[in-house]
Design a protein around this ligand. Structure first.
Ligand SMILES: *Cc1c(COP(=O)(O)O)cnc(C)c1O
Length: 367
């Protein structure tokens, strides 16, 4: 917490406006929309809920297909299943670790031929890194498929000067406890289409028709953010730039410490982009480094340091067994390679320089 959150929560208490919605929710939506420079935003109870709403708004139904990045957290794709639709997973490419335009092109081409074009494409911006937005958007526009940008991990990142999360028809952010700013739990759905966002608010509050009695014509959800939680979000938004600067400094310290180690490659940063460096992640080249990422994670754990593997690709998750998958090329499955070689290092902004140096020393002593 930055310290200012309490002020907004106190306001909610002082006005006795605790219940869902209220001044903090309106304020948080407007302030976030203005921060990322988009026309409209709707605060939700989670990022996952925001993805669910986004898919519903785009008319995804049972029997439809939705394309999704494979190298991501499960929450990017679970809402596809909530709606009874079928995910098709798209591989990563090397520089961004995000969706491969090459694989997407192949998938769209085949879908078009089979008359099974997806209802939406979910593009994820992993660990703060922007996907190759221009190439991916050009393909989706060519095939007329709307994009949902999963920017749960990339709030504050820029692609060619424009905010991550604002490129698709709809974008989502998450304020879960582990994200760059948090409200304890929560999310945001954003779009330049104000009507769509306005309709999302209707769907997120049980889709109650305009009648005196309780009347409902479509399926709704209980997905709105509470006024208390939104108060935390308003305070957190004020420290977002500071958090991004801290995260980048953490990344840069790792980068310079490992610069001379042959076989460690920090996650690259795509040219003309600015990553929030939500997590400092790197890959270990198995031909040059004697420990595997899993062994290193265990060795770090013995030194009381928590590190993690990178996300396990969704196309090899038991839950998605049998789902279609498009690799980067015939010869190469980039996401599986990143999964085998990648490791996420401690990246918390509360970590002191001494603590980070300890992590660096333990890594250097064990590779
Ligand atoms: C955290 C996360 C989500 C889900 O957000 P919640 O607020 O936790 O529901 C979705 N996608 C990605 C890539 C995430 O990291």
């Amino acid at each position: 917490m930055g310290g200012i959150e309490q002020k907004y929560i106190q306001e909610a208490f002082d006005t006795n406006w605790i219940a869902p919605l209220g001044a903090n929710v309106d304020g948080f939506e407007q302030e976030l929309a203005s921060y990322v420079n988009i026309k409209a935003a709707s605060a939700t109870s989670s990022g996952t809920g925001a993805i669910h709403l986004a898919l519903d708004l785009l008319g995804v139904q049972a029997g439809d297909t939705v394309f999704c990045s494979t190298l991501t957290f499960i929450a990017s794709a679970n809402p596809i299943l909530y709606l009874g639709a079928t995910p098709v997973f798209i591989d990563s490419e090397e520089i961004t670790w995000n969706m491969s335009p090459q694989a997407l092109e192949q998938a769209l081409k085949e879908a078009k031929e089979n008359n099974t074009l997806p209802k939406a494409v979910i593009i994820v911006n992993l660990y703060g890194q922007s996907a190759r937005i221009d190439e991916l958007m050009a393909l989706c526009n060519e095939y007329n498929v709307p994009v949902i940008e999963d920017a749960a991990e990339s709030l504050g990142s820029l692609y060619k000067g424009k905010h991550s999360g604002t490129f698709g028809k709809l974008g989502i952010y998450s304020f879960n406890g582990n994200k760059i700013i948090t409200t304890s739990g929560g999310g945001m759905l954003v779009s330049d289409d104000e009507q769509l966002i306005s309709y999302s608010r209707f769907l997120a509050t049980q889709a109650r028709d305009a009648a005196k009695h309780y009347q409902h014509s479509v399926i709704g959800y209980n997905y709105r953010m509470s006024n208390i939680v939104a108060g935390i979000g308003r305070g957190q938004l004020e420290v977002l730039d500071e958090r991004v600067a801290q995260k980048r400094a953490i990344f840069e310290r790792y980068e310079s410490a490992f610069a001379n180690v042959d076989g460690i490659l920090m996650m690259p940063e795509l040219e003309e982009t600015f990553s929030n460096r939500w997590l400092s992640t790197m890959t270990l080249d198995p031909e040059k480094i004697k420990v595997t990422p899993y062994e290193l994670i265990d060795l770090l754990a013995e030194a009381n340091i928590e590190a993690r593997p990178v996300w396990k690709p969704l196309h090899i998750q038991p839950l998605f067994e049998g789902c279609e998958f498009y690799p980067h090329s015939d010869k190469k499955i980039v996401s599986e390679e990143l999964f085998a070689k990648g490791i996420c290092l401690p990246s918390d902004t509360k970590m002191t320089i001494e603590e980070q140096q300890y992590v660096i020393d333990v890594v250097l002593n064990n590779i």
